[in-house]
Unconditional design. Structure first.
Ligand code: UDP
Length: 317
């Protein structure tokens, strides 16, 4: 069985990817410092506790397991926190990736799939957003992910490490058999917050209804976490067979407004959700929708679970 090192394998997308890897016949080795991930989410392979900035710890793991490739999720991801403390984002996300790439080079591991984000684009000039759109992030979180993409390009050119950087749009939903779920602390994402409001009969803050969209609320492209997981495996296999490094959007190409998601959540939960119209959240573009054809064509990847109702249903379940 091929060993794949999964940094951040105890997190939301990481743990769903570990499950998908195990189902596809791989042995996912989770490397996680448990700063945001959960021990209980690591069920499909060993857990090695460590920090990606600690090259000795990484090196030990590569010595212990003959590793074929790396999928790199470990990252700090809260945009507002990145604005308050950019230094910890640069340190964790950029220095951590640099350390990982150096240790990979020492151990002659030449394949990495990287967890990137649509935040590398900043305010979109056009929608849907193509991979060739200018890269102008508007917060330190997006900046650090862009720096990592640049590092990957350098390491490909100078050390022959091949990569696919997957630029996620809005990851959402949960494992359809309920073995895993989204567990962020603090939670900032729309769907888990809507479901929490439904469950606890508490008000839901809708951030702004005066955007330039048909119903005035922001439009986003929601992609099911299980579809994201399968895209990582397709990327891994593509790189092993094909060595063609690139950046790819992961989305569905279809956007939904916050109001549409809210209405769908009410329907699926059969609960009342009391919305309170609140101030706009800083840095929220009106609309972010992926041009998603490249990943579909290159990876032969086709989202199966990303119907909005299915996303909300699996999260609610
Ligand atoms: N949103 C909201 N209330 C919340 C959380 C999010 O109205 O409590 C809105 C947010 O302003 C954005 C959309 O929901 O327009 C999606 O936000 P999320 O944080 O889930 O993802 P993002 O697009 O920021 O990555």
């Amino acid at each position: 069985m091929k060993n794949i090192l999964i940094t951040g394998g105890a997190g939301y997308i990481g743990s769903h990817t570990c499950k998908a890897l195990a189902q596809a016949g791989y042995n996912p080795i989770t490397f996680d410092n448990l700063s945001a991930g959960h021990k209980h989410a690591v069920k499909w392979g060993p857990l090695e506790i460590g920090d990606i900035r600690d090259s000795e710890a990484l090196s030990k793991v590569f010595k212990k397991y003959k590793t074929e490739a790396v999928i790199h999720f470990a990252s700090k991801i809260v945009v507002s926190e990145s604005v308050r403390e950019p230094e910890s984002y640069y340190d964790n996300n950029v220095n951590g990736t640099l350390s990982l790439l150096n240790v990979m080079q020492t151990h002659s591991i030449n394949v990495i799939v990287f967890s990137s984000t649509a935040a590398v684009y900043g305010y979109p000039e056009t929608n849907p957003i193509e991979e060739s759109h200018p890269l102008l992030p508007i917060n330190p979180y997006g900046e650090t992910k862009l720096k990592c993409e640049e590092l990957l390009e350098k390491y490909r050119d100078t050390h022959g490490i091949n990569y696919i950087a997957l630029r996620y749009f809005n990851a959402a939903g949960a494992d359809p058999t309920s073995e895993l779920r989204e567990e962020h602390e603090p939670e900032t994402h729309l769907i888990p917050l809507l479901l929490k409001a439904a469950k606890e009969n508490k008000p839901f803050s809708l951030f702004g209804n005066d955007y330039k969209t048909p119903d005035g609320t922001c439009i986003r492209d929601y992609i099911h976490v299980t579809d994201l997981a399968s895209a990582h495996i397709k990327s891994l296999e593509y790189l092993i067979n094909n060595q063609r490094s690139q950046c790819l959007n992961l989305g569905t190409g279809k956007g939904y407004s916050v109001r549409e998601v809210l209405e769908a959540a009410k329907k699926i939960t059969s609960k009342k959700i009391n919305e309170v119209i609140s101030e706009r959240r800083e840095g929220d573009p009106d609309s972010l929708v992926a041009k998603a054809d490249a990943a579909q064509k290159i990876l032969d990847w086709h989202p199966q679970q990303s119907d909005l109702h299915n996303i909300i249903r699996t999260a609610w379940q």
